[in-house]
Design a protein around this ligand. Structure first.
Ligand code: SF4
Length: 317
């Protein structure tokens, strides 16, 4: 059976190194490339993915979720069921005003509106809904179209985070870089044991520039991410305030569709009625500017340690 090698691209260093390796080992004609667009990426990452297409001489297929169906089903649920569950008329009216405007055109925001909340580390539905589902559907469509097996190349590295190390069971010594999913689909993690130096060396050897966001103090270059740590939030706040303004608008909209009228992009532990007073995006940006442990912001300290996305697919670099 022939094999199609499909590399999941995020615009980050690890998926780019995987793409370089796939081309080196199998040639462009045996490879395909796919990126899941969440509508929450930095414009520099969109530009970088365009650059990669030219620099690598490949096409990167973009996939994106469309939540129109779920949107109207949720509108009907809010209109018909919320009043029977004791939700106040004020909350129902406020939420319906958002739903009657129709889907926003942003997959990330539409998902949060339908869920009436932002994702969190404990409920990281964004990765699954916005990346894993559309990419898996794309991989299955290639199997159907070509009759070939698909190796899904995933740019994950064990050294990247404790969460990932745990997910991959232990120290990495016995972790497999290859497994069968079924239906002709296989997972392949070719850079599992690479160091970050190896990753940048692959860029250099192939003449590929890394994503410019790495040079601007960012540890990660995908979405404005719910997993961002203090350093990362500070980098967004200093250089990319338009994105902070966008997230602030999203907090208004998602708050409007939540029963309590309150939703924050980053967690604000404690009384949910006052979450936005204590932990809206502007407060997180302000906190990120303080020295570690600033007393007035100590409620926010749980974000102090940057964590890599725990997705085993390497889709959230
Ligand atoms: S990068 Fe962060 S916010 Fe974006 S899908 Fe992954 S976990 Fe969610």
């Amino acid at each position: 059976m022939s094999i199609v090698h499909v590399v999941s691209m995020s615009g980050g260093k690890d998926s780019t190194a995987s793409a370089i390796l796939a081309i080196e080992q199998h040639g462009r004609s045996a490879c395909r490339f796919v990126m899941a667009d969440t509508d929450n990426e930095h414009e520099i990452t969109y530009e970088y993915v365009d650059y990669l297409e030219g620099a690598l001489g490949v096409t990167i297929h973009r996939v994106k979720r469309d939540f129109s169906g779920e949107w109207w089903a949720r509108r009907d649920y809010v209109r018909d069921v919320w009043p029977t569950k004791g939700v106040s008329d004020v909350a129902v009216t406020r939420a319906l005003e958002v739903f009657e405007r129709g889907p926003t055109g942003s997959a990330f925001l539409d998902l949060c509106i339908i869920k009436a909340r932002f994702p969190s580390r404990m409920a990281q539905f964004c990765t699954h809904e916005l990346k894993i589902i559309p990419i898996t559907e794309h991989l299955m469509s290639i199997i159907d179209e070509t009759g070939s097996a698909v190796w899904s190349w995933q740019g994950v590295r064990i050294e990247e985070s404790n969460a990932r190390r745990t997910r991959f069971q232990g120290t990495g010594a016995c972790v497999s870089d290859f497994d069968e999913v079924g239906g002709g689909l296989f997972n392949y993690r070719p850079i599992l044991r690479w160091t970050w130096q190896d990753v940048f060396e692959a860029h250099r050897l192939y003449g590929i520039k890394p994503n410019p966001l790495y040079l601007q103090g960012h540890d990660r270059v995908g979405c404005v991410c719910i997993n961002s740590g203090k350093r990362e939030i500070n980098a967004w706040g200093k250089r990319h305030r338009a994105h902070i303004e966008r997230i602030a608008e999203w907090e208004d909209i998602v708050s409007a569709v939540s029963k309590r009228g309150n939703a924050t992009f980053f967690p604000a532990p404690g009384d949910s009625e006052t979450a936005r007073e204590r932990g809206n995006i502007w407060q997180k940006v302000e906190w990120a500017r303080t020295a570690r442990g600033g007393r007035q912001f100590n409620l926010l300290d749980q974000l102090d340690e940057p964590t890599a996305c725990s997705s085993a697919y390497g889709l959230c670099e």
